[in-house]
Design a protein around this ligand. Sequence first.
Ligand code: C2E
Ligand code: MG
Ligand code: MG
Length: 754
Amino acid sequence: MADKNKERRRQARGANADNVCQRDDLPESQVKEYHYMLLVLPEELAVLEKYREALVNGTSGFAEIYYNYLFDNPDIADALYSFERSGGDTGSLIRAELANMLGSVVNSPDPAREAGLLNAGSALREYGFRSVWIVASYNLLINYITGTLSGLDAPSSEKESLRSVIARLLLRDMGLTIEGFWRSAHETIEKEMLHFERELGTVEDLLSGIPHYVWSVDIDSNRVIYANASLHAMYATRLAAPVPCLSDTAEEDQQQLLTAWQTAVSGTRTYAEVRISLAGAEQHWYRISMYPSMGQAERRPVLVHCILEDINHLISERKLLEQMATTDKLTQLPNRALWSDHLNMALAASRRVPGSQVIVISLDINQFKMYNDTLGHDVGDVLLRDVADRLNSIVRESDSLARLGGDQFGILMQPVNSARAATERVITQILDSFDIPFSSSGKHLCVNLTMGIACFPEDGTSEESLLTNAESAMHRAKRNGLPYQYFDPLNDVSPVDQLRYSGQMRAALDNNEFMLHYQPQVDLQTSRITGVEALLRWEHPVEGTVMPQRIIPVAEQLGMITPITNWVLVTALRQCKQWSYDGMHIPVAVNVSARSFLNPRLLEKIQWALNETGTDGECLEIEITEATLMQDIEGAAGVLNRLSDIGVTIAIDDFGTGYSSLSYLKQLPIHTLKIDQSFIIDVAFDQQDVAIVRSIIDLGHNLGYKVVAEGVENGLAWDMLNNLGCDTAQGFHISRPLPDNRFSNWLAESGHMS
Ligand code: C2E
Ligand code: MG
Ligand code: MG
């Protein structure tokens, strides 16, 4: 098409060029042509010669007439002034023109002078003259000479001959001047045409050289009025307007193309990205850009220029970038950013369906750092991939599994029915599947996960709070050596708490803001007090009493748990000593968290506290949870044995909530099982709780332990526990935990000492 366009223009130009060529363009031959067409015979010239002098004298008045003609005509006067302004000499111009006009009358015929008229005509055009002005000035001259002739003293036959020959001579001069005028116009147009053609040729070469398809559509006639070579080669005669590639466009993208066309037709630049299969080739992504072009007269778009470019590589790169931005490279799972998007979408959907829930599970590989450090990062990477695959095989397609960073994964679920049941099912599946060891480089690796679960809307309503709370629950599960935990606002430390308390906790210890409340444990048979449990409180100057669930986890994370445990030990034992001064033997039970228990200097600290307060080991009971024990059974056995050696007794706290291995329990010097209050609170009403409590009591007694029931809130529970043979009760029914002074009053009043 590009070549065709060129050809068409060449032809058009050629037609003009041919016209020019048919004429002989040389000045001499043109003069000859005029001489031939407006023939002057020698005898006519002889007559002219005879009267030349009289005629020359007779033309002397024409100069004034010519001047007046020029300056009385406003358009001609303007042209002359502008000639003057651009540096021309108007006087010389007019004199030269006057000489040219009178040349035939004044001089004998001279072909060289006549050829010069061609240049004069060309010059007049360049100075802004119009051809009609030249014709009109010759008309003036003919009139003037006609007047002169009528006054000439000559026979009428000679006068007639003079009139005729002068008319032909002046027509010749005028013709040559006009010829020069239009020849110069023609040359200018030729030059401009050449210039435009060159420019157009460059644009056309450019358009046929670019790897895009370009076309223009006339909106009114709905015709493709231009197509570059590539498009022409592609569609040849099937160049359907307005979008030739519409029929090759994927069906689902066609509407997009039509919409883009409508937008362009209404005057707005636009583009569409669509899939096209050109000439039966593989489908690629293309961008069609549409540029409306305004008609000058119409003041509305009349053309639309279109460019079709292959953007397949761009789309693939874009997809790759998107994938890189949203996918974890190692496991190919969604990364945190994409997962957050999924979570936000799930929350938005859930908000629209009252009662629906979203579950967020935070999963962490236990001791992954150890695998990485001991087996190398390559093995670590393989392990992460295997873990991802195993989790992926469990998670349903509608749920979302992501690697949130390091060895942390996240699962997002939108259960249809019971969220708790669905979560338990997935968690059980995960735990079961991780029972099977992983194999790496011929080695079997046992990998455990710890999980924390948060549920929308109860545990948080934003993506951030849900993930944070699931992570807090996960950390608590880790601390307690449990495979998973649900978020519990009482037990999980929020990062806000952590931040708030981080600067205050040490000062609190120095400022004596911590204090102990004492809760009695009472023999169910005799109602006599058997001991007290010391429970930590923080009398915060601004927030009031802060409960241990919020103190202990933060203290653990801030590395403050050891000084706090030491303070509790000394304070509780000092109180015990005080009671003994007052004549009461009341052993104190102190809670020791997992981190404190695993601290190798714990024994030393207990010994120091006993010495410092002058109390015997028998005055102290250490409460640890099953999970703490299970974290390092052998290490725990060593500590417990040493404690037992110095008379300190050991209680297993919150019994029934963990995963104790009974065979181990048997081997440890344990004295007391404290049944978790969750079994006790409803024991008077719930047969299942009765069954559990009964079996724990039996188990404890079989192993030779004292069994304490925590959370005895009412007389019915007391009676039930008494019937079941439980040894000791602790709970609000007997007394709430009390500060030392109020506890002393309670002791005095309650009669539990007697
Ligand atoms: P725990 O050792 O199981 O202590 C018993 C908790 O049950 C106490 O909560 C007590 O106030 C509460 N309780 C007692 N009787 C009843 C009852 O009849 N009904 C109900 N609903 N609750 C009852 P508290 O004082 O908030 O302590 C919570 C936990 O914080 C303790 O659970 C213990 O694990 C931990 N803790 C407390 N003081 C310390 C400490 O000094 N060091 C460490 N490491 N942990 C501590
Ligand atoms: Mg306790
Ligand atoms: Mg407890």
